[in-house]
Design a protein around this ligand. Sequence first.
Ligand code: WTA
Length: 653
Amino acid sequence: MTEQSSALDNLLTESRTFPPSEEFAAKANAGAELYSEADADRETFWAKQAERLHWDTKWTQVLDWSNAPFAKWFVSGKLNVAYNCVDRHVESGHGDQVAIHWVGEPGDTRDITYAELKREVSKAANALLSLGVGAHDRVAIQLQMVPEAIVAMLACARIGALHSVVFGGFSPTALRSRVDDAQAKVVITSDGQYRRGKAAPMKANVDQALDGAESVEKVIVVRRTGDDVPWTEGRDLWWHELVDGQSEDHKPEAFDSEHPLYILYTSGTTGKPKGILHTSGGYLTQAAYTHHYVFDHKPGEDVYWCTADIGWVTGHSYIVYGPLANRVTQVVYEGTPNTPHEGRHWEIVQKYKVSIYYTAPTLIRTFMKWGKDIPAKYDLSSLRVLGSVGEPINPEAWVWYRENVGANATPVVDTWWQTETGAIMISPLPGVTEAKPGSAQRPLPGISAKVVDDKADEVGKGGGGYLVLDKPWPSMLRGIWGDDERYRETYWSRFADKGFYFAGDGAKYDNDGDIWLLGRVDDVMNVSGHRISTTEVESALVSHPTVAEAAVVGASDPTTGQGIVAFVILRGDAVDGGEEAVQELRNHVAKEIGPIAKPRQIMVVPELPKTRSGKIMRRLLRDVAENREVGDVTTLADSSVMDLISSGLQSGK
Ligand code: WTA
């Protein structure tokens, strides 16, 4: 952890603090007593939070942890997740409230009220039922940010089917492995998507992915760009032809609190993505609870915008489930932040009077690069809470965000969580916490986290180590799809004696006991807030015929947090390691995984640094990638390797 410690020493020289204004604190949803209330009795506290939802049958027990690490929350309770996110708001007289202000990249817009959302979700639920999709079936969704994406997710939830949303930027190979792993019966996609002003095909990629996929019976295609698409008679159906004519009546069935809600694949330390499984009652409780308090959301008053894509967990918990359960009015934007110009987000904030804005550090740093003149051109006075998620936020970016987007006045909440945790775990509360730029600070009320050393002992103030979650929480993952053993092994084996969940992140306490997150301690990279495993990129590289061996590291990058740097040894007969060969390899990775996994840099080297047991020493490669002096090489099997690598690079080979 030496590199991380030095990064942290820099961070800890940061001593600015930003308390909430008295005015904000006076009206805030959360006061300081929320912590003491939760500490007094955690289960009673969570039971109270679960009352935010409508339960058809009340639970008999808050938590059953007897079969740890497989939790059951709100045991024997029954509810319908989609009813909670949609119907009940219509029934309580808010049918005319806008749920979604949708903004298409080319500039087309659509406002969808809760009444309309209810009709659309009901029709889509009936459509899925008409295709024979039922409770426990899996539906894969690869869609860009169009309203149908949200409607499709809620329609699955409504009938008890599991969705598995696959990010639109993933390659056909990546989609296929997810469809196969979940044995999806139906795939929902679109003809194409607008990206940076151009229409790019989606359906054609999906067809490529599904060639020979035996589980898939139907493919539903949303029409967006209007471009021609390849068509498989008998399998493919247009969304508008299938859904529009369905009945608007659908009675939501109440499912068990532990009924599976969705699978979302995320990168682990091996090449094979993990299907993270989330269930219903506990997940929705914590998603709604955190959205209410962390963003200080006030239904009917606030306009909320989370800029994530539904392909990631942030889109699941903070566009779909948490916000809609809380009767949000939210912006959903289809496109990229600089199309057609770099002020696009601020133009949207101004137009819809967005009051809560939640984004990722990588985008904040991009905004910084574009310059403060751009947000300054717009009226951003509606904003009152800003949020950040996905990677550690550096204090400069935090302060820039507050000054230039938040008028030097709004609270900024740095929220730490993971696909696995399902909802926010560590974060300031905007009306309570004296914020420190760069620190996520404290576990939320009801949540328990610790920083521990190798032996699972908690470190003291000023100490660093591993972040663990030492008590179960309602929205925790319930396992890895089809692989209970991998679930135990990945998260629960490291600190098995104490029964701690190992998050995979390094962290440190400052002298006040606040938590600072330091990034991953495993072989997972974080590029623009996206998790990509080094092994996944390595296997993509070695699947190319010219590559003999590959090692991949995440090197720090001023904009994307980390950038992917690959070291490859070419096969003996593939002598040409020139620019063209390197470009070809970058494209190969994009084809195998997706453009997000394209290495920033590929270095052709004669050897890789390995220990005597054959383990690649990524630490040394990271030194090279970050232009640092190479660290301790004494554990290398052959200590001259690093000289060979450095001299090869200097001579430009
Ligand atoms: C990182 C995204 C520091 C962390 C919700 C975690 C963060 C991984 C923060 C999960 C933050 C997320 N500060 N690091 N506020 N938020 N991370 O599953 O390394 O895509 O383990 O979930 O992102 O990424 P995931």
